[in-house]
Design a protein around this ligand. Structure first.
Ligand SMILES: [Zn+2]
Length: 135
């Protein structure tokens, strides 16, 4: 399943291709936002830029997706709502954690971005746990 790349989010996927996690930034007031949109939710300006995020964040909440099937994915998927260190919240697919049990993901755990190179055109962020960050 490929994301739909459009004028509003092209900067994001151009970034992931270079293994950069880009966050949209309002050039008028400096607020960061994700997901991208045409206008700033804070000041309404259309002047957009981006910054490159550090690629680390803290799990705000998560869910384990068992159904329905997602094309090209093996279920279950662990999907986190991640508070990036830059202060924006992002949906994050988490790799390398069991879907449940004592080693499962925990709220408050730290994640770091990694890169899932699909092909020459598309690289997607995937998130992995930062060892030693569990409460
Ligand atoms: Zn703004």
């Amino acid at each position: 399943m490929r994301p739909v790349v459009n004028r509003d989010n092209a900067y994001f996927f151009e970034g992931t291709r270079d293994q950069e996690l880009r966050l949209q930034k309002c050039n008028a007031c400096g607020v960061l936002r994700h997901p991208p949109g045409p206008a700033c939710p804070d000041c309404g300006a259309f002047d957009r830029g981006h910054v490159v995020a550090a690629g680390t964040g803290t799990v705000f909440s998560f869910l384990v997706h068992h159904a329905p099937q997602v094309p090209g994915k093996e279920l279950p998927l662990v999907i986190a709502l991640l508070d990036l260190d830059e202060g924006v919240r992002m949906v994050a697919e988490v790799a390398g954690v069991p879907p449940e049990g004592p080693d499962g993901l925990q709220i408050g755990e730290r994640l770091a971005v990694d890169w899932n190179v699909i092909d020459d055109e598309l690289t997607l962020p995937i998130w992995r746990r930062v060892e030693g960050s569990r409460a």
